[in-house]
Write a protein that binds this ligand. Structure first.
Ligand SMILES: [Zn+2]
Length: 76
Protein backbone atom coordinates (compact mmCIF):
# COMPACT_ATOMS: atom_id res chain seq x y z
CA UNK A 1 0.00 0.00 0.00
CA UNK A 2 1.74 3.17 -1.14
CA UNK A 3 1.72 6.17 1.19
CA UNK A 4 3.88 8.41 -0.97
CA UNK A 5 3.66 9.39 -4.61
CA UNK A 6 6.53 10.75 -6.67
CA UNK A 7 5.56 14.10 -8.19
CA UNK A 8 8.09 16.42 -9.81
CA UNK A 9 10.97 14.60 -8.09
CA UNK A 10 9.33 14.93 -4.68
CA UNK A 11 7.85 12.16 -2.57
CA UNK A 12 4.46 13.59 -1.57
CA UNK A 13 2.40 11.95 1.19
CA UNK A 14 -0.93 10.98 -0.39
CA UNK A 15 -2.89 12.09 2.67
CA UNK A 16 -1.76 15.69 2.07
CA UNK A 17 -3.26 15.90 -1.43
CA UNK A 18 -6.50 17.90 -1.67
CA UNK A 19 -7.15 17.76 -5.39
CA UNK A 20 -5.56 17.07 -8.75
CA UNK A 21 -6.20 19.26 -11.77
CA UNK A 22 -8.02 17.67 -14.71
CA UNK A 23 -6.62 20.21 -17.16
CA UNK A 24 -3.13 21.51 -17.83
CA UNK A 25 -2.34 24.83 -16.20
CA UNK A 26 -2.71 27.98 -18.23
CA UNK A 27 -2.63 31.49 -16.77
CA UNK A 28 -1.06 33.48 -19.61
CA UNK A 29 1.68 34.92 -17.42
CA UNK A 30 4.98 35.27 -19.31
CA UNK A 31 6.83 34.41 -16.10
CA UNK A 32 4.84 31.27 -15.40
CA UNK A 33 7.02 28.21 -14.87
CA UNK A 34 4.11 25.77 -14.80
CA UNK A 35 2.40 26.31 -18.13
CA UNK A 36 1.02 22.99 -19.35
CA UNK A 37 1.70 21.18 -16.08
CA UNK A 38 -0.98 19.58 -13.93
CA UNK A 39 -1.44 21.10 -10.50
CA UNK A 40 -1.59 18.87 -7.46
CA UNK A 41 -2.85 20.89 -4.52
CA UNK A 42 -1.62 20.11 -1.03
CA UNK A 43 -3.51 20.82 2.17
CA UNK A 44 -1.40 23.73 3.42
CA UNK A 45 -1.80 25.81 0.25
CA UNK A 46 1.30 24.46 -1.45
CA UNK A 47 1.15 22.94 -4.88
CA UNK A 48 3.32 20.47 -6.71
CA UNK A 49 3.14 19.98 -10.45
CA UNK A 50 2.91 16.87 -12.57
CA UNK A 51 4.63 17.49 -15.88
CA UNK A 52 2.60 15.10 -18.03
CA UNK A 53 -0.87 13.50 -18.18
CA UNK A 54 0.82 10.17 -17.42
CA UNK A 55 2.38 11.54 -14.25
CA UNK A 56 -0.97 13.04 -13.23
CA UNK A 57 -2.76 9.73 -13.87
CA UNK A 58 -0.17 7.91 -11.79
CA UNK A 59 -1.02 10.26 -8.91
CA UNK A 60 -4.73 9.50 -9.32
CA UNK A 61 -4.10 5.75 -9.40
CA UNK A 62 -1.96 5.98 -6.28
CA UNK A 63 -4.71 7.96 -4.53
CA UNK A 64 -7.35 5.41 -5.53
CA UNK A 65 -5.23 2.51 -4.33
CA UNK A 66 -4.41 4.32 -1.11
CA UNK A 67 -8.02 5.21 -0.33
CA UNK A 68 -9.22 1.76 -1.36
CA UNK A 69 -11.77 3.22 -3.74
CA UNK A 70 -12.30 3.48 -7.43
CA UNK A 71 -14.91 5.71 -8.93
CA UNK A 72 -17.77 3.62 -10.37
CA UNK A 73 -18.30 5.94 -13.33
CA UNK A 74 -14.64 6.18 -14.29
CA UNK A 75 -13.69 3.35 -16.61
CA UNK A 76 -10.13 4.48 -17.33
ZN1 LIG B 1 0.69 30.06 -14.43
Amino acid sequence: MPTFCLIDDKYVPLYRILWVSALPHFCGSPDCQQEGNYEVRLEDGESVWASSPEERDAVLRALEAWSGETSPDDDQ
